[in-house]
Design a protein. Structure first.
Length: 298
């Protein structure tokens, strides 16, 4: 999903605009690879510290201690992190912004602290995971748009960075809700490990209501956004697409979470949110195609 998202934003959107980009294709490939490696490292360290919890929540998914030893998993984690940060350092020097390498170190550090500490802290862990996903969108602008910005194209580049920010905010909101839903789904295993997630602290039903409240926010914002930027600009295909593939599933989630009770129910809702995120990101391709169609038939 992460690599797909980054490739889509560059080649389905930014490359279609008449703007300079700072990175060559192979350099952008390194950026995608770096973020994927850091995400993979985060996944590995999370699995190492979640063995006891996953044994209860998802026994079929436990790998560390079964398919691979903990020592080997740690070695893989270190190797992925070193490679990901090193690539980030190379990219930061390519765009002549060496201090930008600190962003990759920050991402790696947050993923480690999430797995070891933050995950068990109510709301904060959810916030960090959601924020890291949104950073993977913003990092495109930081490395591909910002270094190519000049006085002449500053306003134009700012508008494209603003679009990336809108998508990053969308990704943050949907993923934040999904993290709460996943906590409800994994409540039994987390409780046995002494974690203090939202559903453990206030109960499953109250946590579900909070997830519902947070889901209403992106629903309303998306409705306003679609009307202002898509419908009013005659992007009717995009308007239809977002109503069917983003707003309708989000409304379905809002309705279904009222009656969700079992682990299976919350797993289903988590999958729905994942699909909403996927189709929401995919809308950038639909926007680009719809815009090109209007230009060629003007």
């Amino acid at each position: 999903m992460l690599a797909f998202m980054q490739v889509l934003f560059r080649y389905a959107f930014l490359k279609q605009q008449d703007i300079p980009l700072a990175l060559a294709d192979w350099q952008y490939g390194l950026l995608v690879l770096s973020t994927v490696l850091l995400a993979a490292a985060g996944y590995v360290i999370n699995n190492i510290y979640d063995v006891a919890t996953d044994t209860i929540n998802k026994p079929q998914d436990v790998v560390v201690g079964k398919g691979i030893s903990e020592t080997a998993a740690f070695n893989i984690y270190i190797g992925l992190n070193i490679t990901g940060v090193a690539l980030g350092f190379v990219l930061a020097n390519i765009i002549l912004r060496p201090t930008f390498a600190s962003l990759f170190i920050l991402i790696a550090s947050l993923l480690y602290f999430y797995a070891t500490t933050l995950k068990s802290i109510m709301i904060l862990g959810n916030f960090v995971v959601a924020a890291l996903l949104s950073v993977s969108v913003l990092i495109i602008g930081v490395f591909d748009l910002f270094p190519a910005t000049t006085i002449e194209n500053k306003a134009q580049m700012a508008s494209f960075f603003s679009i990336l920010t809108d998508y990053a905010l969308f990704a943050f909101m949907i993923n934040f809700v999904r993290e709460i839903v996943k906590d409800i789904e994994d409540m039994d295993g987390d409780y046995n490990q002494g974690m203090n997630t939202l559903p453990i602290a206030i109960g499953k039903n109250r946590a579900a209501k909070i997830a519902l409240g947070f889901a209403i926010i992106p629903f309303i914002l998306c409705l306003l956004y679609i009307n202002k930027y898509f419908f009013e600009n005659n992007l009717l295909v995009v308007t239809f697409y977002t109503f069917v593939f983003v707003l309708a599933p989000l409304l379905y989630f809002i309705v279904k979470i009222f009656s969700a009770k079992t682990k299976k129910d919350f797993h289903h809702l988590s999958t729905i949110l994942k699909l909403i995120l996927f189709f929401g990101i995919l809308s950038i391709l639909v926007i680009s195609l719809n815009h090109q169609y209007l230009l060629t038939h003007a």
